[in-house]
Design a protein around this ligand. Structure first.
Ligand code: C2E
Ligand code: MG
Ligand code: MG
Length: 755
């Protein structure tokens, strides 16, 4: 717009304003109309001016295209100036790269290329200006070199024209950004996938992770571990974790923390280590076994300790271990510990005793004549008895002690010693009392008893095993005895050494026939004639020395040689008596001594019958002398066995009567044929009123029961007179003859038969 034009318009305004002022002044009545005309003219002029101005701006604005092209050329991002009819295009180098334009190419080509570009951007070239103007357009292109490019285009109108408007488009390449985003997305996807794979692996493997990298005493807890610990948040304090551990395992955790906190700068890779914990997820829930795998001396970036590890449920393994332990360490029949387990645990107790100064008793027990149960009632009942006996022992074992079955009917108890020397004795006594309650499931048998021996830990051995062996050794000394009870002492070994020497000799003596039978006459007090003989064994060594049966019979009983000896005695005595009868001497009764071991043999009747048949001796000429120790056993079984022997026809005498435990009332129950009054009464009979009274009473009662009596150890006529007066049937003693050889005895029989 020309400057003069504006001045002209301003001048016209001034004239109009003066006219309005004058007109309103001179003609005030037409002022309103004048003003209205003025305002209308003003509106008309202003509107015209605005329209003119706008027209001018559109048609007469000037852009410095050359300068813009220059700037575009210098841009290192793709940019181009173009008209919407695609006739005029300026591109820069970066843009040429995309379009594949070389410097020599003319704009016509670039127009073609630009329309290809618009096509590839999904835009029609004819409407490109409308679509792109004023917005940011993101496109994905393949450049001339077939590379994928991500470019965001920004287009603005430079000059509008009727024919063709001019636009400027600039592209911001985001290829790297997009690529980075893509790889980031891929990475995130991979991460998520690997995380879920990791979580799945942990779940499949049943592994829970605990991790603490901070200075706070808090574990980060994986999903699996959350389940193990019964929590629903991702963290647990060390204290809370410790609370969930079994009380016995908490010290393990304390030790572990202490170790982990004292991190050593250790560059060498430590081997993974393992702990075993019991954890329960909540009070009232059962404990579960976990193995905890960790590594020492792991540090974070600041050198602080990384405390953590993996928890794996090992209940299955533990159960398997328990089964293996059960198989290896538990006795099948009684379901208590076996010998191996006792030795294993006992060794620990032994070490504890050494450390703390405490002491324990090891008591070994043997059920006396247990074979009676097996023999008479069968193995099933025998097993039941063993089980009941095991439970009985458990009842007498306080906590901290243990019970084990060592072998067949041998058991052991480990009991804490509180300085009470009598404790093992009292325990065994109580067990014997309680054994009376043990049912064998058979009303005809009553209680068994047991023998026991004990040693003190750690005093009586250099190891638990040794102390236990000493107790077993002590028990073995009493083998064959009923209700034997003895504590170990070191002197026993010396005695045992000489015993074992004898044992060896005795075994050899039997084999080399150094054993002989001597016969001591038994005389009928009414007739004064020899009515019988007691066969007494003698061990005559090659050098002529004689060993008393009082010494070697107990050894034979203990070593098991007794049955061989008894068989020899039985056979020899029967054969001898049969021979004397063949010679036609007055038939006599031959007595042999039977131990309780012999008596309780299962096939004792068959064995005796067999010998009688083989030797041709009638059973009524054989008498078995039994001892009162039978009384300690099962009465019903004793009676049953004796009845069988009586049915066979053999005679049964009770030897050494009055010295032992049996009472007359007990004797009444037994099918005896003879009572042998012990020498200890007879020797006192002349001087001791009480002894005399006892002998008198026994003879009377025996008579009333139809049992005959014999007095042993008769050495004087005075004794004979008294015994005769009391009505004693028979006598035996040095007065009538010492034990003599078969030949000497035969001579005596010959002499008697000649009278
Ligand atoms: P016992 O069965 O009571 O035998 C009697 C013992 O008293 C015999 O001792 C005998 O010599 C002894 N004796 C007999 N009369 C008198 C006497 O008037 N005065 C004295 N002081 N002693 C007298 P022995 O032969 O030394 O036998 C001792 C024990 O050995 C026997 O006691 C018996 O229990 C056992 N015994 C002997 N032979 C055998 C045997 O073949 N088998 C078994 N199992 N034990 C036997
Ligand atoms: Mg005898
Ligand atoms: Mg006797």
């Amino acid at each position: 717009m020309k400057k003069n034009m504006i001045l002209l318009i301003e001048f016209l305004f001034a004239l109009l304003s003066i006219w309005v002022l004058t007109a309103t002044h001179q003609r005030p009545e037409s002022a309103l109309i004048t003003l209205r005309i003025y305002v209308l003219v003003m509106i008309g002029v202003t509107g015209t001016l605005v329209l003119m101005f706008r027209h001018y701006l559109t048609h007469h604005s000037t852009i410095d295209i050359t300068r813009i092209c220059e700037t575009v050329r210098n841009l290192d991002v793709p940019a181009f100036i173009w008209t919407n009819d695609l006739n005029t295009i300026y591109t820069n180098e970066a843009m040429d790269d995309i379009l594949g334009i070389t410097e020599s190419e003319d704009p016509g080509d670039s127009a073609k290329l630009l329309s290809t570009l618009f096509h590839s951007m999904g835009i029609s070239p004819t409407s490109a200006a409308q679509e792109l103007n004023g917005i940011i357009y993101r496109s994905t292109l393949l450049d001339f070199d077939r590379n994928k490019r991500y470019i965001s285009w920004n287009t603005s109108l430079l000059k509008e024209n009727h024919n063709a408007s001019l636009y400027f488009t600039i592209g911001f390449e985001t290829t790297e950004l997009v690529m980075a985003k893509h790889s980031l997305t891929a990475y995130a996807k991979n991460l998520a996938a690997s995380q879920s794979r990791y979580a799945l692996s942990m779940r499949l493997a049943g592994i829970g992770i605990l991790l603490c990298e901070s200075v706070h005493d808090v574990f980060y807890v994986s999903d699996e571990a959350k389940e193990f610990l019964g929590i629903d948040h991702n963290e647990i304090t060390f204290q809370e974790f410790r609370q969930r551990l079994h009380p016995e395992d908490r010290f393990l955790f304390d030790e572990y923390l202490e170790k982990m906190r004292s991190v050593k700068k250790d560059t060498t890779r430590n081997k993974p280590q393992t702990l075993e914990f019991r954890i329960r997820p909540a009070v009232g829930k059962p404990y579960v076994w976990y193995s905890y795998h960790y590594q020492e001396n792991l540090t974070n970036a600041t050198g602080g300790p990384i405390i953590g590890g993996a928890l794996i449920d090992i209940t299955g393994e533990k159960n398997k271990d328990a089964t293996i332990e059960r198989l290896a360490f538990m006795d099948d029949i009684t379901e208590i510990a076996n010998r191996n387990k006792l030795i294993q645990d006992g060794e620990q107790t032994y070490q504890l005793c050494k450390k703390t100064g405490s002491t324990y008793w090891i008591i070994v027990l043997d059920i006396d004549r247990f074979h009676i149960i097996n023999d008479s009632l069968g193995y099933e009942k025998g097993d039941k008895y063993l089980r009941d006996f095991a439970h009985l022992l458990c009842k007498h074992t306080a906590s901290g002690g243990m019970v084990a079955r060592l072998s067949a009917d041998n058991f052991a108890m480990l009991v804490q010693d509180y300085g009470d020397e009598e404790l093992p004795m009292r325990i065994v006594e109580q067990i014997r009392i309680d054994m009376a309650e043990l049912s064998t499931g058979d009303s005809s048998t009553t209680a068994l008893s047991c023998s026991a021996a004990f040693a003190r830990i750690p005093n009586d051995g250099n190891s638990f095993k040794e102390a236990m062996e000493h107790a077993e050794f002590t028990l073995a000394i009493g083998r064959g005895q009923l209700s034997y009870l003895m504590g170990y002492n070191a002197a026993m070994h010396r005695e045992e050494a000489s015993r074992s020497e004898l044992e060896k000799e005795l075994a050899h003596a039997i084999a080399s026939k150094q054993l002989q039978l001597y016969y001591q006459p038994k005389v009928d007090l009414r007739t004064g004639r020899t009515m019988g003989a007691e066969a007494l064994i003698r061990w005559v060594k090659p050098d002529g020395t004689m060993v008393s049966p009082n010494i070697f019979i107990p050894i034979a009983e203990r070593t098991g040689l007794i049955s061989e000896i008894s068989h020899f005695v039985l056979h020899e005595a029967c054969a001898q008596n049969a021979l004397w009868q063949k010679i036609q001497f007055n038939p006599i009764v031959i007595s042999i001594n039977f131990t309780s071991e012999d008596f309780f043999q299962k096939d004792v009747c068959e064995m005796i019958q067999d010998v009688l048949i083989r030797t041709g001796l009638k059973p009524k000429w054989l008498e078995l002398e039994l001892t009162e120790r039978l009384a300690l056993g099962d009465v019903n079984y004793t009676i049953q066995q004796m009845n069988m022997l009586r049915e066979l026809g053999v005679l049964l005498a009770m030897d050494d009567f009055g010295t032992g435990y049996s009472s007359l009332s007990y004797i009444q129950l037994l099918p005896l044929t003879l009572l042998k009054l012990d020498r200890s009464f007879i020797s006192k009979i002349e001087t001791d009123m009480v002894a005399r009274e006892i002998v008198s009473a026994i003879i009377k009662i025996a008579k009333s029961m139809g049992i005959e009596t014999i007095a042993e150890g008769v050495e004087s006529e005075g004794q004979v007179a008294i015994l005769k007066a009391f009505g004693c049937d028979y006598v035996q003693g040095y007065l009538y003859g010492k034990p003599m050889t078969a030949l000497q005895f035969q001579k005596r029989l010959e002499e008697e038969s000649n009278h």
